[in-house]
Design a protein around this ligand. Structure first.
Ligand SMILES: NC(=O)c1ccc[n+]([C@@H]2O[C@H](COP(=O)([O-])OP(=O)(O)OC[C@H]3O[C@@H](n4cnc5c(N)ncnc54)[C@H](O)[C@@H]3O)[C@@H](O)[C@H]2O)c1
Ligand SMILES: O=C(O)[C@H](O)CO
Length: 386
């Protein structure tokens, strides 16, 4: 028998039971659920990653919907348990949902929500921060200062790379990849080369217009190129940032062979998902190429790092914090709660999950719609006309 899991309860007499596997930032998400007659149960277990068994215990015999986290394994077992408990909806508090078996959810008629849009700029800002930190060796230099090693200015001390005029490579030019590209182009006047399965038309138009503006101001214009293969990006770019989804096509997209195609002094940034990079091959590459640098927010076996990575001075590592701004995390909690609430209330799905601002305005009630349901089509859910 599954052991009991500790919880905090809001609105005990609410008609619909909604479980959140973690405490989430802000209180708006709780208020919105409570106002619509939900009893909200928040798991208060101390351990960071809940097991399938823990979550089954949380779901119990009657549960209308669950808000879960990207660290949890939402497969057939959990969707079967949720369906038996009368559940209709699950939402990840994340845009990525590689931890969710969407087909299994669809089989049980359960909607799967995610939280796009609200974290686009925040995640892109961390990728940009890592790009700067790696190119100017900020973390190494900080450690040097704190160790009391600085004894005066020297011409060779922590010499890094100038970004201006160099080429930024983006692999996966979707929402976040495009926002990152704009930051690097507008901020540092870098040229763009990108690879995606689809054409990033808006991004191309932006770079063209910005290039014309620079030219008209007597400056060197920036340029863009859509690469016909990923290797073209790897060979030509000075800074490469990875922003695809994680699926079978992107698993170990960056491996030993592909690393060897990159420039010796290139910078690689990963704020997508850890398994997009073969981390063992990366550690070897870092060892043999001291001027090659990486900035990593995500890891292949989170929360662990592959042996040797933490010892590499040419690696900057942060613990999956790319979306960690207060506004964004509160917004993610709101979108996840509204996905679950909307399905319970049989609201239609929002027509454009990239335009979620109306759900985030704290001064007005959110639209009566589910902000983003990834299996809406498969479930035949209606689309909002709002
Ligand atoms: N580190 C973090 O905290 C953090 C935060 C947000 C998102 N993410 C990750 O970033 C991912 C992207 O988010 P998004 O909102 O930009 O999604 P998105 O769907 O807008 O963009 C993903 C892009 O990847 C492209 N793509 C898919 N397969 C590809 C392939 N084989 N080769 C090249 N491109 C491919 C798609 O065409 C799409 O343009 C999420 O799925 C998530 O895993 C991480
Ligand atoms: O996919 C996501 O949303 C991130 O990994 C966490 O913000």
């Amino acid at each position: 028998m599954a052991k009991p899991v500790s919880i905090e309860v809001w609105n005990p007499s609410g008609k619909y039971r909604v479980v959140s596997t973690k405490s989430m930032p802000g209180t708006r998400w709780i208020d919105l659920l409570v106002r619509q007659d939900c009893r909200v149960e928040i798991c208060t277990e101390k351990k960071t990653i809940l097991s399938v068994e823990d979550i089954i215990a949380l779901i119990g015999n009657k549960c209308d919907g669950v808000i879960g986290q990207l660290t949890e394994d939402w497969g057939d077992t959990l969707f079967s348990a949720l369906s038996k408990a009368g559940g209709k909806a699950f939402s990840n508090m994340a845009v990525g949902y590689n931890n969710v078996d969407v087909d299994a959810a669809t089989k049980y008629g359960i909607a799967v929500g995610n939280t796009p849009g609200v974290l686009t700029e925040t995640t892109a800002e961390l990728a940009a921060s890592l790009s700067l930190a790696a190119s100017r060796r900020i973390v190494e230099a900080d450690g040097f200062m704190r160790a009391g090693l600085y004894d005066g200015w020297l011409p060779h001390l922590f010499v890094g790379n100038l970004l201006k005029g160099q080429t930024v490579g983006v692999i996966g030019a979707g929402r976040i990849g495009s926002a990152y590209a704009r930051m690097m182009i507008e901020g540092f006047k870098m040229n763009l080369i990108y690879y995606d399965l689809y054409q990033a038309t808006r991004l191309e138009k932006f770079v063209t217009a910005y290039g014309q503006f620079l030219k008209a101001s007597g400056e060197q214009p920036v340029t863009w190129k859509r690469a016909s293969s990923m290797d073209e990006v790897l060979q030509q770019a000075d800074v490469i940032s990875l922003h695809p989804i994680l699926d079978k096509t992107t698993y170990h997209l960056i491996n030993k062979e592909r690393l060897s195609k990159m420039k010796k002094e290139a910078i690689l940034i990963n704020c997508s998902r850890g398994p997009v990079v073969d981390e063992e091959a990366l550690v070897e590459h870092l060892k043999h190429n001291p001027m090659f640098r990486v900035g990593l927010d995500v890891f292949e076996d989170e929360p662990y790092m592959k042996p040797g990575l933490a010892d590499m001075p040419n690696a900057i590592v942060v613990p999956h914090i790319a979306s960690a701004s207060k506004w964004t995390r509160e917004g993610m909690a709101t979108l996840a709660a509204l996905n679950v609430l909307g399905k319970i209330k049989e609201y239609p799905t929002w027509s454009n999950p990239n335009a979620v601002d109306p759900f985030l305005d704290e001064n007005s009630p959110p639209p009566s719609a589910c902000p983003s349901i990834v299996n809406a089509k498969a479930l035949g859910l209606p689309v909002s006309k709002l």
